[in-house]
Design a protein around this ligand. Sequence first.
Ligand code: CP
Ligand code: NVA
Length: 307
Amino acid sequence: MRHFLTLRDYSKEEILEIIEVGLDIKARLKNGIYDKELENRTLAMIFEKSSTRTRVSFETGMYQLGGHALFLSSKDIQLGRGEPIKDTARVVSRMCDMVMIRTFGHDRLEEFADYSNVPVINGLTDLYHPVQLLADYMTLKELGKTENLKVAYVGDGNNMTHSWLMLASKLGFELRIATPKGYEVNAKVLEDALGFAKESGAEIIVTDDPKEAVKDVNVVTTDTWVSMGQEDEKERRLKDFEGFIVDEKLMSYAQKDAVFLHCLPAYRGYEVSENVFEAHADEIFTEAENRLHAQKGLMVWLSQQER
Ligand code: CP
Ligand code: NVA
């Protein structure tokens, strides 16, 4: 049995295989074919944070695959009243076939997985957001951008940045990260990524200069400056991130036909300008749609691993 907690635990071949399964399912869906690989199966979805895309994509995906998804907000279940995570894991995993969790500390997800006897999927923690990266890479594949791929991430050194680090270092593409001083990526994640990069040939560059990061890349991406759980730091963050907006001027340093991705939700006027966002809306909303297809691929793939 495999969990899906971080791309750190996955090989290049496995990551690409999951995305291929998702692309196959997507192609058949576009022809009106609903595969029912997960008939009679249930997915428990535990949310300790808000969500639009993650909830809609997992719930819809599970239904389309013939199964059923349970939306469990921590506000409504005993977990939110202090029931230990290890007890919740032992109960839920005796009744359901798979679990997706969105939570704060990555250690909470790991503890759940330790006590679960069914596959656990990371639906976002403070440290990683790996399912988003499956959809992002799927989108880049569809757009024909994965040859000579050079990605610039401009903004906060957060769960998205860490996930890009894992993806780039496993798959072997160039990733340039620009974060303001004091908002750098987690040192351990970077060290691990640099280790994987030695094997894969990935080039990882870390800077505090957005222009240096974006110069000549074919993909630019960013994320909110204020992640869930950081609301108290909002005022300070908005000041500290000045100069890190992805606007038309910054995009002009990238290749002419560069793609812009955003995991959403997007805050215009902060991490991205309205003009850049709307100019790349097709790419961004295909990326959002691909959450559905990539995660269906992931759930089918996980269900096929030995128990
Ligand atoms: N990108 C993403 O995970 O969106 P939600 O927070 O809406 O799920
Ligand atoms: N970094 C953001 C991603 C939202 C999908 C957050 O954790 O809130």
